[in-house]
Design a binder for this molecule. Structure first.
Ligand code: NCD
Length: 303
């Protein structure tokens, strides 16, 4: 495997091994400080990002490597009309590995096909976000001690939210996973995810429209933001944006060992009053993102 474009590029064994390495990095960070010495990561971000880009860059620095890149299309030759393939070819003259985020589905795959160095998809449109999923899986395994036997609630914008698509695709491989998909009717999970992943693999799932009717059953509650930038009109966004606001009252019937995840950024969908609840795992999740990306960079660079 040269690139990571879709979480399906990794076998379950690969995923479990990455989690194991990430846990070892957390326990013994000093052992990894030189692993990517003289290697360079390029971060090509055609869409806004805080956590993903900075965690990739921190991951490479903590492995002893260096980082180049851009975080705005306007500051590179993209603004002059350069194609993704040509930009990737150029960058591959200076870097050993690329992490790319792009608003168009498939752009990181185009880059991967144009170059010989590994390309990591750091989010492509409403499609996939495999490194967020690796972060989510590391977080779930650290919080719960397992990745199987769970009822997982995914709440919010299940239509455009790429993190949910990749997460369902990954978790569906583990035994006894059940999903509760919580969304307004307009933002339901897309047909390909429902049919190709859930139905084809006989994964039990139900679709509901409120958190309250599902919360008591959940082991994981994965909240997401309504993806404003992927809406066709602002009026629909405004109407749907505050459909779900998780408050302490809505957790009244939740399990004491529920884990609440969110890929972040949060807009209004989790009240800040939840942050103090020990079940709120979303800032621990951010931290985990760096360690699993370190494990992934080492794997792809065979370092
Ligand atoms: C997510 C993304 O970019 O898809 N953010 C992230 O990478 N942590 C989620 C989002 O933007 O809502």
């Amino acid at each position: 495997m040269k690139d990571l474009i879709d979480i399906q590029d990794l076998s379950t064994d690969d995923i479990n091994k990455l989690i194991e390495v990430a846990n070892d990095i957390i326990a013994h960070p000093a052992d990894y400080r030189e692993r990517c010495r003289y290697k360079r990561l390029a971060t090509l971000f055609y869409e806004p990002s805080t956590r993903t880009r900075l965690s990739f860059e921190s991951a490479m620095w903590d492995l002893g490597g260096t980082v180049i890149g851009f975080s705005e299309q306007g500051s590179s030759s993209v603004a002059k009309g350069e194609s993704v393939a040509d930009t990737a070819r150029t960058v591959s003259c200076f870097a050993d590995i690329i992490a790319m985020r792009h608003p168009k589905e498939g752009a990181p795959l185009v880059a991967a096909e144009a170059v010989d160095i590994p390309v990591i998809n750091a989010g492509d449109g409403g499609h996939h976000h495999p490194t967020q999923t690796l972060t989510d899986l590391l977080t779930i395994s650290r919080e719960k001690g397992r990745l199987d036997r769970m009822v997982v609630g995914c709440c919010g914008d299940l239509k455009f939210g790429r993190t949910v698509h990749s997460l369902i695709s990954a978790l569906s491989r583990y035994p006894n996973i059940e999903f509760v998909l919580i969304s307004p009717p307009e933002l339901r999970i897309p047909e390909p995810v429902r049919v190709e992943i859930l139905e084809k693999n006989n994964i039990p799932y139900r679709e509901v429209s409120t958190i309250e009717e599902a919360v008591a059953d959940l082991d994981i509650l994965y909240m997401t933001r309504v993806q404003r930038e992927r809406f066709f009109n602002e009026a629909d966004y405004v109407r749907l944006k505050d459909t779900y606001i998780l408050t302490p009252a809505k957790l009244a019937n939740a399990k004491p060992d529920l884990s609440i995840l969110h890929p972040l950024p949060r807009v209004n969908e989790i009240s800040t009053a939840i942050d103090k609840d020990p079940r709120a795992a979303y800032f621990r999740q951010v931290k985990n993102g760096k360690f699993i990306r370190m494990a992934l960079i080492m794997k792809l660079l065979e370092a």
